[in-house]
Design a binder for this molecule. Sequence first.
Ligand SMILES: Nc1nc(=O)c2c([nH]1)NC[C@@H]1CN(c3ccc(C(=O)N[C@@H](CCC(=O)O)C(=O)O)cc3)C=[N+]21
Length: 293
Amino acid sequence: MTLLDGKKTSEAIQDEIAAEVAAIKAKGGKVPHLAAILVGNDGGSVTYVNNKVLACDRIGFGSSLIRYEDSVSEEELLNKIKELNEDPEVDGFIVQLPLPKHIDANKVLEAIDPKKDVDGFHPTNVGRMVAGLPAYLPATPAGILQLLKRYNIETKGKHCVVIGRSNIVGTPMSILMSKCTYPGEATVTICHRNTVDLAHHTRQADILIVAVGRPGLVTADMVKEGAVVIDVGTTRVPDETRKSGFRLRGDVDFDNVAEKCSYITPVPGGVGPLTIAMLMTNTLRAAKHEVYG
Ligand SMILES: Nc1nc(=O)c2c([nH]1)NC[C@@H]1CN(c3ccc(C(=O)N[C@@H](CCC(=O)O)C(=O)O)cc3)C=[N+]21
């Protein structure tokens, strides 16, 4: 079994970006700038956004963090998005999800200029991805493709089973794995909450991608010998032995599944760090006008 080291892979990608930023600076060009909007102070969201800001600092991007109370109105948020759309200093920005219930997340995502939508969540970018046109790819699926690529994992003709059909991970992941460019060319099955006999499907998987958010969902008996297992789950569970009071748990019963598979991602240190690296990649592409010219 080989551990897919997301931390190391993410650092390698960020080093590549840092070198490009240094070259841009040396030529007197504009440094890429990522802005993030964060609503509320839920522990997970704050941590993830802070990690993004830290990554910007490390690779030499400019960054700004715009914070609102949970009580912020939809209108106020939409006004800020309009401002960021028009701000020439800002190359790309994200609105951290989830948003409070009184705000229509779809309306917010659609208000983002697709050219600055470095999360790749705007319907224009989703549509362009599906059509195979240049687009910002959503960071988590793009990060998983990078892991497969950098570990030279064969995907052509393989059976890839994706559990979860979210707009952010499951749905785009399944589309990308079926595309005719490496890593892709796989036969894809999407499983979700209404799937009958989940284990029947997962046992057929050469590549199993789990993006549900239910700790321990995938047990060893559900995995084929020699499979590649990608765990996207990052659920915070209470842990009194930690200073923070919690720890991160994936969707896969790691210890038992690891013994059976060829490759596996740990949690933490697997897919999460790649999400950050791909957000940085998208921001660099935005600054270079690579997607929309
Ligand atoms: N608009 C938007 N874009 C997102 O990309 C987005 C979002 N909203 N909402 C929440 C999810 C979750 N997400 C993660 C990012 C990094 C780690 C990450 O770095 N995880 C580390 C550990 C993190 C920790 O220290 O707790 C790891 O798995 O090793 C995890 C999860 C991005 N998301």
